[in-house]
Design a protein. Structure first.
Length: 293
């Protein structure tokens, strides 16, 4: 999907909500900045709760909510406050709200202009601002050039092979749940022992029930058949969790380096604790040097 396709799909899918459609389309066109990334209906998770931000700006840790008439009641105001607290606690994101209830379109337009000014100020205040590179955002090159990958909105891949290229993988498409890291790569990225890249589905499936804890520190992996047991044989797992974005595309998101919790290292339930939010990557030149090529 091209950047143009992404923008057109994102803006057109809002048509069923009149004010949301109006505000976001006007915001996009008035801002008129192709360097600023946006995500409509961004899913934000806190524990077992899931929230959808109307429009999210990952470069600024900022999201916008458009309040229509159904937000006016006392219960709605309380729920909005709890929602705002949950999102802030889970992600650290800043919320801005634009009310469209009981106000004129001129007042809504003025609020949109204020929000645009906020985005422009935020952008001017970032000394090392990274322009939106849609075609390159799911590619490994930036992580490899930087020398590491860390948890964040840009540590996401469309294909498993691209995630694996951060660690020296040079072959074609990869469609398995695990890739064992060669010993020379383990040494180069400064891990120890037997290590692998894991692509778990952190939700309930037919045979498995996997989950990521609130805060992302613990992964629980349960085989739903208590008779099917195994013992952990890896010392470290680099975790690229499978998910879907707002346009229903499959993505693989880096969520950290994990190790098994000893009390849950065997049986049909395993638990892993996160030991690092980042890990070194390896270039082809470093891989060849490590391999003696």
């Amino acid at each position: 999907m091209s950047k143009s396709d992404y923008i057109l799909r994102s803006l057109s899918k809002l048509s069923s909500k009149r004010w949301e459609h109006y505000v976001i389309n006007r915001l996009f066109h008035r801002l008129n900045d192709p360097e600023v990334e946006f995500v409509c209906q961004q899913c934000i998770r806190k524990g077992d709760k899931y929230y959808l931000a109307d429009i999210f700006f990952p470069q600024f840790d900022l999201y916008l909510e458009i309040d229509e008439a159904h937000h006016d009641g006392d219960n709605a105001l309380i729920n909005d406050a709890l929602r705002r607290f949950d999102i802030a606690e889970a992600s650290g994101l800043t919320e801005v709200r634009i009310s469209t209830s009981g106000v004129s379109i001129e007042q809504v337009n003025a609020s949109i202009e204020e929000f645009i000014d906020l985005i422009r100020r935020r952008k001017s205040e970032v000394s090392d601002f990274d322009a939106w590179d849609y075609e390159g955002r799911y590619k490994p090159e930036a992580h490899i050039a930087r020398g590491y990958i860390t948890i964040g909105p840009h540590s996401v891949f469309r294909y498993q092979k691209d995630a694996l290229r951060c660690f020296g993988y040079t072959k074609g498409h990869f469609q398995r749940g695990v890739w064992n890291l060669p010993a020379e790569v383990v040494d180069e990225i400064e891990l120890t022992g037997a290590c692998m890249v894991w692509f778990p589905r952190l939700y309930e499936q037919k045979r498995w029930w996997n989950s990521l804890s609130e805060g992302g520190c613990i992964i629980t992996e349960i085989n739903k058949n208590p008779e099917e047991t195994y013992s952990e044989r890896w010392d470290r797992r680099i975790v690229m969790a499978r998910s879907r974005n707002a346009l229903n595309q499959t993505l693989y998101r880096f969520v950290g380096v994990f190790e098994v919790i000893p009390d849950f290292s065997s049986g049909n339930e395993h638990r892993f604790r996160r030991i690092s939010k980042s890990v070194k990557t390896i270039s082809l030149a470093d891989l060849h040097r490590a391999s003696g090529v």
